[in-house]
Design a protein around this ligand. Structure first.
Ligand SMILES: Nc1ncnc2c1ncn2[C@@H]1O[C@H](COP(=O)(O)OP(=O)(O)OP(=O)(O)O)[C@@H](O)[C@H]1O
Length: 473
């Protein structure tokens, strides 16, 4: 197969860079400052990016390091040496003068200008980007149900999400989705939004992160705008609130959300909540909120197995109009541990790299291109690091893991730590035994078998281990 970057609209360098920045920058800043930017063109080794107004010029300064990092990570450093941000107003006169398209370099991330950054009718673009919160544009058009690959770890959550989209407020209210980083919670929430909108075009849908909800509330208190804040959140038909764990310990915000929740629930409006943990593990949350989260349906998303990871890669490649050989998909899927976002990152990098170098996607090219990416993924994890993470997870001291103490509170964490040491390091069984206070290698073997068995039958145990693996990875 020869790779032709046909889908340039999707695969242009700035879109790829934005994809990388989205993972590093908080959602609100990304939505406000980066989402409204557009790829313009590449001339020489300069990437030109269209910004809505002069107000956005500071992007070059503010995100210079992250932009550079994204360029490096995407393997674009040879092709792109600087990024220049231009407003339509800056491009137009120059285009007229030249009779062609040659944007005036107004601000480069590699050579920041110190000139005035406030030009033209700056406020308009910013206001739109920031306050167009109630429209469907809040939803990522790519996060649809049919783009979501179903596997054993997410089929329950997917079915629940579809039921909610078909019968908002009548199937399960609230729907509480939880799972680890990059498992597809946001994807499913947006898919619900799109689906409801398709069935009921006049429904008002609001997607908001816990962080944004908090910040908007703080601003509304500060500027005496609580009434409009309340109106906004209490009058929607579907409220999708992501990363609810962000509200932990924020009493005032929780109180406000409690009333929002009640108003919506009483008004038969659908609420969908996403979190990185189940309601009962949301520490520093009021009980009355936690119990409300359990009123409807709680659905967890477990990490994808190998087959699901391969299917996700194939689907993503398809949406980028790229054919992915099976051996390549298998290679990526078995080298990227669990996080689907990382999986996509590897694929995006591979497609960009092959596109830029004009080569076909083969296993050899993939191994070369993703070497650094995968090396960082499997970077050496030490047994000490595992012991620290496990001790922290169970609120105990590392020394206790090594003691000759066979009480259940100690034995289970110790067995988990040994299991992780086997999974994540190259240490032999005797070596693992030595690092746990001189245990015999058969004890280590027994511990590993025990946890392996528990992991299959005990969902909570499985989740704890996945969480530890994510932390360590
Ligand atoms: N089953 C799946 N099929 C297709 N794409 C998936 C699947 N699961 C996750 N993804 C993709 O992985 C990326 C990360 O997913 P998403 O942002 O929804 O994760 P999340 O659980 O909300 O993570 P976080 O807790 O970090 O917010 C998205 O691009 C999403 O489309």
């Amino acid at each position: 197969m020869s790779f032709v970057p046909t889908a340039t609209a999707v695969l242009n360098p700035w879109t790829l860079i934005l994809g990388a920045l989205e993972k590093k920058i908080n959602r609100q800043s990304f939505e406000t400052w980066l989402k409204p930017t557009r790829h313009s063109h590449v001339a020489g080794k300069t990437l030109y990016v269209r910004i809505p107004s002069g107000e956005f010029q500071h992007i070059g300064d503010r995100y210079a390091d992250l932009i550079q990092e994204a360029i490096d990570n995407l393997g674009l450093a040879e092709e792109i040496e600087s990024v220049t941000f231009t407003t339509p107003a800056q491009e137009e006169p120059k285009r007229r003068e030249d009779g062609g398209f040659a944007p005036v370099p107004s601000h480069s991330s590699n050579a920041p200008s110190s000139g005035s950054r406030r030009q033209g009718a700056a406020a308009t673009g910013v206001e739109q980007a920031r306050f167009d919160w109630n429209s469907a544009s809040q939803l990522n058009p790519r996060y649809q149900f049919d783009a979501f690959v179903i596997g054993s770890g997410n089929q329950f959550a997917m079915a629940a999400a579809q039921a909610v989209a078909e019968r908002p407020s009548k199937a399960y209210n609230p729907l509480f989705l939880y799972g680890g980083v990059g498992m597809g919670k946001t994807h499913l929430m947006h898919a619900i939004g799109h689906d409801v909108k398709r069935r009921q075009p006049h429904a008002s849908i609001s997607y908001v992160s816990g962080e944004k909800f908090t910040n908007e509330m703080i601003n509304s208190v500060r500027y005496d705008k609580m009434t409009s804040f309340r109106d906004r959140f209490r009058t929607v038909d579907v409220l999708l609130i992501d990363d609810i764990q962000f509200l932990a310990g924020k009493e005032r915000t929780q109180e406000e959300f409690f009333h929002t929740f009640n108003a919506l629930h009483e008004g038969m409006k659908q609420i969908v909540i996403a979190s990185d943990r189940p309601p009962k593990e949301l520490a520093d949350f009021e009980d009355r909120l936690r119990s409300r989260f359990e009123w409807g349906l709680i659905a967890d998303i477990q990490p994808p197995d190998l087959e699901t990871k391969v299917a996700i890669l194939q689907k993503k490649a398809e949406s980028e109009h790229t054919q992915l050989p099976t051996d390549v998909a298998l290679f990526i899927a078995s080298n990227v541990r669990t996080n689907v976002r990382e999986l996509e990152g590897a694929l995006v990098r591979l497609i960009a790299w092959c596109g830029m170098h004009g080569v076909e996607i083969t296993l050899a090219v993939t191994q070369q291109c993703l070497k650094q990416f995968i090396d960082t993924q499997v970077r050496k994890i030490s047994i000490e690091a595992i012991q620290r993470a496990v001790a922290e997870q169970f609120g105990m001291r590392v020394a206790e893991l090594k003691q000759k103490n066979n009480s259940r509170q100690i034995v289970v964490p110790r067995q988990i730590a040994m299991y992780l040491a086997k999974q994540l390091t190259e240490a032999s069984l005797p070596e693992i035994g030595r690092q746990f206070g001189g245990k015999h290698h058969t004890t280590v073997m027994h511990s590993i078998a025990k946890i392996d068995e528990h992991r299959r039958s005990d969902k909570d145990m499985n989740r704890t281990i996945n969480k530890l693996m994510e932390t360590l990875g």
